[in-house]
Design a protein around this ligand. Sequence first.
Ligand SMILES: Cc1cc2nc3c(=O)[nH]c(=O)nc-3n(C[C@H](O)[C@H](O)[C@H](O)COP(=O)(O)OP(=O)(O)OC[C@H]3O[C@@H](n4cnc5c(N)ncnc54)[C@H](O)[C@@H]3O)c2cc1C
Length: 475
Amino acid sequence: MPTRTVVIIGGGIAGLATAVRLIQLGLKPIVLEKRPFLGGRAYSFTDSDSGEEIDNGQHVFVGACDELQKYIADIGASDQIRLDERIGFPVLKGQKIGWLKARRLPGLLSNLSALLGYRHVSLGGKLRILWALLLIKLARLDSGPIPSHDQISFDDWLRGHSQNNETIRNFWNLIILPSLNDDITAVSAYTGIQLFKIALLGSAQNPAMGIPLAGLSTLIGENARRFIELHGGEIRTGVDVDSLHIAGGGIKGVSTVGDELIEGEAVVSAVPAQAMTKLIISDSDGPNDFFTPAESVKTAPIVAIHIWYDRPVLSEKFVAVLDSPLQWVFNDTDLKPHNNQSSESGQHIVISLSGAWQWQDRSKQELRDIFTVEMEKAFPTAESAVIKKFTIVKMLEATFRVAPGSQRIRLSQRSPLPGFYLAGDWTDTGWPSTMESAVRSGNLAAKYVVADIGTGSLHPVGLATSEGRSDSRGS
Ligand SMILES: Cc1cc2nc3c(=O)[nH]c(=O)nc-3n(C[C@H](O)[C@H](O)[C@H](O)COP(=O)(O)OP(=O)(O)OC[C@H]3O[C@@H](n4cnc5c(N)ncnc54)[C@H](O)[C@@H]3O)c2cc1C
């Protein structure tokens, strides 16, 4: 039986991944989540009209997200995601479809072959892109306190390395905008280079698209709840943590807004950066300099537009759209058939708008007027289709921004306050604001906790590598 308890503040992916890993290492986690449900920024809710489970925003991942996939396997949910074998998606420009589709070739060649048949970039443009990819492959990203590639935007870096409007609009930003939730002119070259190094310049499956097949609350929240509770951990929702409880120079637990003291031998904050700084400043006279950079973490919005048509308007599972405000359009009916039974012969479409400052303050009617017309321009069948229902979901603080200079504000999971650890996608994981980053942060935080306080357990739960389940005998 675990003899040591760790309090985790936040029931998003980072907090849940911390809990799962702590259990695997032989500790007992208590997850405290202020909202009534788990999942944090990755949740779903039941739409009252259709009865369908709608995600707060379309979430995708790529093959390179190995710790996310391992976590999903550990909580027994591998059958609720789907991963393509290699990169392959259609890109619509005007009425022309071009495919970024890799061929069956060994390793890196497979990814590079995706450019060959891509008709939205000229031959000259393709040569430019290959040249920049070579430079990215050779680029050394220094990890000092002020990494040089973190001082300029990725757009500036690319333009300084033979890229032009054609390659930036039709290739580089096509990938950067949805991946980093920001325009290429606003993200640091450091993160842009790293993204392409990991995804396109890695193995054939690294850039392949992965999609949840279930609603996010089921996939992320309920599967984790089952695993954690089954293995002796606790989850308490509706508990708003106010501050750290510090005594004798170390952390002894947390105090809630309702004045309850919840004790643990270590505390992991798995909340967004701004929420974490409030926990610290209110009570601690500890080493605040370490935490101060987190106050500079900025966020970016995502707006999702859901349209239910009375007939299919999109034949693919998803499509990227150039020269249009549509950005990316997902065919939810095909992607989550079990969840869309009420669609019958119709189709549920999700338009995912990244870096959506332009749209975040628009009314539902304004968005409906604009985007139904844009859909008709891009997909002519939509002209004769009847819209049965229209919904928007705005997430104003969807992701943290990776602007130039942002590397220094990503903090280590091990804080200088004894017994206090950080998790959360925004901490220093090397990944942008993603589910993968959240899981990595949780794994790192759990590793540091165990290194510092030990497990005290005779039989840690095995770190499973096989599909689905860990060995639970030791818990
Ligand atoms: C619309 C949208 C689309 C996205 N698309 C993608 C995508 O396609 N691919 C991808 O990989 N990522 C995507 N992301 C990002 C991804 O969802 C996040 O990176 C990830 O969920 C962050 O998890 P986290 O646990 O670090 O933080 P959070 O999810 O923010 O979790 C923090 C939790 O802490 C709780 N909390 C805060 N303060 C307290 C307190 N005082 N006491 C108790 N609890 C507290 C919060 O309620 C929350 O549940 C998207 C995000 C959004 C919003």
